[in-house]
Design a binder for this molecule. Structure first.
Ligand SMILES: CC(C)(COP(=O)(O)OP(=O)(O)OC[C@H]1O[C@@H](n2cnc3c(N)ncnc32)[C@H](O)[C@@H]1OP(=O)(O)O)[C@@H](O)C(=O)NCCC(=O)NCCS
Length: 167
């Protein structure tokens, strides 16, 4: 797992005014504990693993990079994401993206996705970025589609696969 200080920022305050965010490597137990405490809404809990589970997965995989999402203006922790390289496909997967329930609906999800895509562009691996989304997760599907992800018709473990180039 990569560790380090601040990662490159995304161009997250583009046309539709999402508040800028920056992505931070989880370099301390304290930062990890803060991420574990983040929560989605109860009606969203089937759409994503808990951050505690994701961090366990990351600890067991050299391919995963978990990152905290912080608001640029205040530094406040607003969410969590995790991406991974699929070494067979040589493509990147967005395994997790969540914004804490108290911070949703303010543009942080879109800003974090843009920051992540900018970050992925700097990493080794092919240009393709993929993710899986629950068919009932209408909000996430709208977000991804509006950022250029396309549903490919693939279904893995009941999730719809969406793909986009990282550029
Ligand atoms: C999906 C998620 C990350 C979006 O984060 P967010 O900060 O609330 O989203 P934003 O405010 O940036 O909104 C971005 C777009 O998402 C879509 N969206 C978000 N919430 C929505 C909702 N409740 N209904 C419909 N569309 C929604 C919209 O297209 C929105 O754009 P718009 O405001 O221009 O219409 C957040 O809802 C979340 O953490 N959900 C639970 C975890 C999850 O499902 N993650 C995705 C797993 S694949």
């Amino acid at each position: 797992m990569l560790k380090g200080p601040l990662l490159p920022r995304g161009e997250s305050n583009m046309s539709n005014l999402c508040p800028p965010v920056f992505l931070v490597s989880l370099s301390s137990p304290e930062e990890e504990a803060l991420c574990r405490a983040l929560r989605v809404r109860d009606d969203q809990s089937d759409f994503i693993a808990s951050n505690a589970e994701s961090l366990e997965q990351a600890a067991d995989s050299p391919w995963c990079e978990p990152l905290a999402i912080r608001a640029m203006q205040t530094g406040e922790l607003v969410g969590f994401l995790m991406h991974a390289l699929d070494p067979d496909e040589n493509s990147r997967w967005i395994y997790r993206l969540m914004i804490d329930r108290n911070h949703q609906g303010r543009g942080y999800g879109r800003a974090a996705l843009r920051a992540l895509m900018a970050h992925l562009h700097t990493l080794p691996g092919g240009p393709g970025v993929a993710l899986g989304v629950d068919p009932e997760n209408i909000g996430a599907r709208r977000l991804y589609a509006s950022e250029g992800f396309v549903e490919t018709g693939e279904v893995i473990d009941g999730e719809l696969i969406m793909r986009r180039m990282s550029t």
